[in-house]
Design a protein around this ligand. Structure first.
Ligand code: C2E
Ligand code: CA
Ligand code: CA
Length: 919
């Protein structure tokens, strides 16, 4: 344990040292390795090159060496010193002195011819003197040998010539060798200059080839110096080699001049010319040499003959050996190998096979060691880079996998250490960034949650009143129904509709309307708190739900409380606003089990409540459902009628009591049902207005009526006038007046051709409608107030509306003949309108009695079944013609006194009113 404790600080130091950057960078590390490799390669190259050079040279020179034993054998240390070798000779037959002298001279000449040395020359000279002396002495004792001296002289002269030629040839051969050496040396210098790797020379192929060709030349040179008989062949071979060399050289001369220089090429050429010259000289000398050789041989033979003859009888036997010497002179006089004193040869002698083997082994060892060191350097270099890089790769992969806490150890090469440090910094930043992202994500999630809650609130609540919207209301109602179903209790559903809210909105503006709605919502919510909740379905429609209602009566009571909410006026912008509402109620489970069913039941009940009058509560009954269903069916049928053109117009005449003429027709809408029946407006008009389809239908009526008026105006009835019924909803459309004027323009009829009929209810439309009516009136369009005198007709409408005519309601006319009150009201109204300058039409004249009463009033119009029912457009013109007659008949049917006076009045009117005469 203590030991481990001691080691720990040491390890720490080592670790800290390792984590410090290695002072050498990748570049330095690689440079070091490359330099080491280069040095090793160069060293190896040198060593191997050296080794191969030795091997190559020795291989070439071994050819020369093989001649050496011959040379050594044939050239003893010195013949003069060692004396002539024992030789079979004619000595046995001659006196010893002459024979010995002859043999000595012969051998001395042979040696002298082969070696040009002072000793050999002295020996030759001495041998000649000895031979001369022997010949002289032999001549002195016997006169029978007078030619002996002469023959000896001739023999010596031939010997001297032979030696001279041998010297000349040797000298020529030496020059030849020198030239070849010079060429070879120059080639070698060039090759030595070339780069060598492991003994392979990276040089020009031509240089290598020249070198090998020169080797051939030199190899033949050896043959020239050695073989006697093959001289010609050797010379020929040398010539052939020279030619090959010359061809190669000439072929590559230009390239060599570029690589080796012009001087080099010129010198090569000069040396080569010399080489050729010298070989030719050798050929000449060879020829001469043969001649002198045979001359020397002849002279020797003659001397031998002279000696033989001088010793006459005893010589006959001994002649044979003399004539058949052991060697022919040519053979014996094989020129001793010229001592070619080249340094190569000196080197050669040192290179033996054993040395070669040792060299090879050394080279192999060195190569192995160098390769080993190279491998070690390479591996360590690769490891110094790859190990940290792969560590970093591993770390990068871990980071990519999400482990940002990973760190790579420092140390190693400078750049890699820096890279590792940078990597660690990046990892740290990444970790920090990840933490930041996490925080941000958390905040974002919180925000999203908050926004989602807000969105959910928005999605579930109405932004204006903050009450649950339609969707949420259904959800809450469904829950309430589930609970009630489980507990066997009632649930009350109330449909609250604000009366005439549209008018309030239009007249006071939407912002004001919104504040009213918010106020209503607040009050409804306060009230509903005690029994359930409230939601807003849209517009001015609210829904309240009585959860867990104990009984149907309790639910109805709650409905009443909701209506009472509106008893107090609302104060908006310091203004008091009185708002009324109607409430329709339905009950679970009595009127349905599902939210939708209960809501539509409450809606049907609401319709009923409205029908009952303002501020009413009505609870659903099955009959209401039937009405609602019928309404729905009609609405669907109306849509089809619009699309398929099932509407028609009929026209009912209005007749002037003054002229008895038809002066106007009222257009009345009919719906031709698929079964052919014509439905009157009473059957469908209410639904048309409620559904909003009245705009489309009304526009169709306008167009059709104006088109019909135009047809008459431009045709058989130029004064045609058509009254068109207009619903208040149509007048709410701001484009209405322009539409009417556009149609007039389109069908090119004057404004007086039409009259618009409206009821007092348009006053509820607000000021905009009155404005547009004024606009139409200012454009010469007559406006009639329909159904006047019914219900709660107000004189205010006469004052406020831009009117041209009043139509007295059928209900008033109905009892005009029987009820003095009605008659009085009619009389008062007619008087009032006349004084206001308004035209008057009495509607619904059905009976002659009514006619009789009305006939008293001058200058009013009459309309009713008594004169004409509504008829098709095609019938109008013919009916128009018949009407004056009908009117006269009606007047005539009145008791005589009154009728006459009336007819007189008519005549008077007709006579002053032009254009109405012949009707
Ligand atoms: P209205 O404007 O008062 O039209 C007169 C109605 O009284 C017509 O009924 C007509 O056929 C009927 N009538 C005329 N003379 C007599 C009579 O002597 N006795 C009786 N009992 N009825 C008579 P219709 O055609 O059924 O129209 C009913 C209502 O429908 C019209 O009352 C009018 O308010 C409305 N209407 C008709 N056509 C149109 C239209 O094109 N547009 C609009 N907005 N409303 C129309
Ligand atoms: Ca009318
Ligand atoms: Ca009417």
């Amino acid at each position: 344990m203590r030991g481990v404790a001691n080691i720990r600080p040491l390890l720490k130091v080592i670790r800290s040292r390792l984590s410090r950057p290695f002072p050498v960078g990748i570049t330095g590390r690689l440079m070091f390795s490359f330099v080491a490799v280069a040095v090793l390669a160069a060293a190896a190259n040198l060593i191997v090159e050296h080794g191969v050079e030795v091997i190559r040279t020795s291989h070439l020179d071994r050819g020369l060496i093989s001649l050496r034993p011959v040379l050594v054998e044939r050239a003893p240390a010195h013949p003069a010193v060692e004396g002539p070798a024992p030789l079979a000779s004619p000595a046995a037959y001659y006196p010893d002195s002459l024979t010995a002298a002859f043999e000595r001279y012969q051998r001395a000449v042979e040696v002298r011819a082969s070696i040009d040395s002072t000793a050999a020359a002295a020996e030759t000279l001495a041998a000649a003197k000895t031979l001369d002396a022997a010949a002289q002495s032999l001549n002195a004792v016997s006169t029978r040998h007078p030619p002996l001296v002469q023959t000896t002289k001739a023999y010596e002269a031939a010997g001297s010539a032979y030696v001279r030629i041998a010297d000349a040839r040797r000298s020529a051969l030496g020059s030849y060798v020198a030239s070849a050496d010079s060429i070879d040396k120059r080639l070698m210098t060039s090759l030595d200059g070339a780069w060598k790797i492991f003994g392979r020379i990276l040089a020009r192929q031509s240089l290598m080839q020249l070198r090998s060709e020169m080797d051939e030349v030199r190899r033949n040179l050896i043959r020239l110096t050695t073989s006697g008989g093959d001289r010609t062949a050797a010379v020929d071979a040398a010539a052939a080699n020279e030619a090959a060399f010359a061809a190669t050289f000439n072929a590559h001369a230009a390239a060599l001049a570029r690589s080796e220089g012009n001087v080099w090429v010129r010198q090569m050429r000069e040396d080569f010319a010399k080489l050729v010259e010298q070989r030719q000289a050798i050929v000449a000398l060879d020829r001469e040499s043969l001649e002198t050789e045979s001359k020397f041989e002849n002279a020797r033979n003659r001397l031998v003959e002279t000696i033989t003859r001088a010793q006459a009888p005893s010589v006959a036997v001994s002649k044979a050996p003399l004539q058949a010497p052991r060697e022919t002179p040519a053979e014996r006089f094989v020129p001793a190998p010229t001592p070619i004193a080249s340094p190569v040869v000196d080197t050669i002698t040192t290179t033996t096979a054993a040395a070669d083997g040792r060299e090879r082994r050394t080279v192999a060892w060195i190569t192995a060691v160098v390769l080993g060191v190279l491998l070690a350097i390479s591996v360590s270099t690769v490891r110094s880079i790859v190990v940290p890089v792969s560590r970093m790769l591993g770390a990068a992969e871990k980071i990519a996998g999400g482990d940002v806490d990973i760190r790579v150890p420092g140390g190693g090469l400078k750049e890699l250490h820096t890279l590792g440090a940078g990597f660690n910094r990046m990892a740290a930043q990444l970790a920090a960034a990840r933490q930041m992202t996490r925080d941000y994500q958390q905040r974002l999630e919180e925000k999203v949650e908050q926004r989602t809650r807000q969105l959910q609130h928005l999605a579930e609540h109405d932004p204006l009143t903050h009450l649950p919207n339609r969707r949420q209301l259904f959800v809450l109602l469904d829950h309430a129904l589930q609970r009630a179903a489980q507990n066997r209790r009632h649930v009350g559903v109330f449909f609250v509709d604000i009366d005439n809210f549209k008018n309030l909105n239009d007249s006071m503006g939407h912002a004001f309307g919104d504040r009213v709605l918010a106020g209503i919502a607040q009050r409804l919510e306060e009230t509903a708190q005690s029994f359930g909740f409230v939601g807003r379905l849209g517009g001015d429609e609210f829904t309240a739900v009585y959860e867990d209602a104990p009984s149907a009566d309790a639910a109805l009571d709650a409905g009443r409380r909701l209506v009472e909410v509106f008893e107090r006026p609302f104060v908006i912008n310091e203004r008091e606003v009185v708002v009324r509402a109607s409430v329709g109620a339905s009950l679970f489970p009595n009127h349905g089990n599902r939210a939708e069913d209960l809501l539509s039941a409450a809606d049907a009940a609401l319709f009923q409540a409205k029908a009952l009058g303002r501020s009413q509560v009505a609870i659903f009954t099955p009959e209401l459902l039937a009405t609602a269903t019928r309404k729905f069916t009609i609405e669907q049928g109306l849509r089809r009628a619009i699309e398929q053109g099932e509407f028609e117009l009929v026209f009912q005449p209005e007749v002037s009591l003054d002229s008895l003429e038809m002066v106007l027709v009222e257009s009345l809408l009919r719906w031709r049902l698929p079964d052919g029946r014509q439905a009157p407006p009473a059957e469908f008009l209410a639904v048309t207005e409620e559904s909003g389809l009245i705009i489309e239908v009304g526009n169709w009526v306008l167009r059709k009526a104006i088109e019909t008026a135009a047809g008459w105006h431009h045709g058989e009835w130029p004064e045609a006038r058509v009254a068109i019924n207009v619903s208040p909803r149509q007048l709410l459309d701001r484009r209405f007046s322009e539409y009417v004027l556009d149609l007039l323009r389109e069908f090119r009829i004057p404004a007086r051709c039409i009259e618009l009929e409206l009821t007092e209810s348009v006053l509820q439309n607000g000021p905009a409608t009155i404005e547009s009516l004024r606009y139409l009136h200012s454009n010469d369009i007559s406006i009639a107030l329909d159904d006047f005198g019914s219900g709660y007709s107000s004189l205010a409408s006469l004052e406020n509306l831009p009117l041209s005519r009043i139509k007295l309601d059928r209900s008033l006319i109905a009892s005009i003949d029987s009820n003095p009150r009605s008659a009085a009201i009619a009389a008062a109204l007619i008087g009032l309108c006349k004084s206001l300058g308004l035209g008057i039409t009495a509607e619904g004249v059905e009976r002659p009695e009514q006619f009789e009463v009305l006939a008293d009033y001058r200058s009013i119009h009459l309309q009713g079944y008594l004169i004409s029912r509504p008829i098709a457009r095609e019938q109008i013109i013919s009916v128009k013609r018949l009407i004056p007659g009908v009117m006269q008949d009606l007047l005539l049917s009145i008791p005589a006194a009154r009728a006459n006076s009336k007819l007189e009045d008519v005549e008077a009117v007709r006579s002053v009113a032009p254009g109405s005469g012949n009707g």
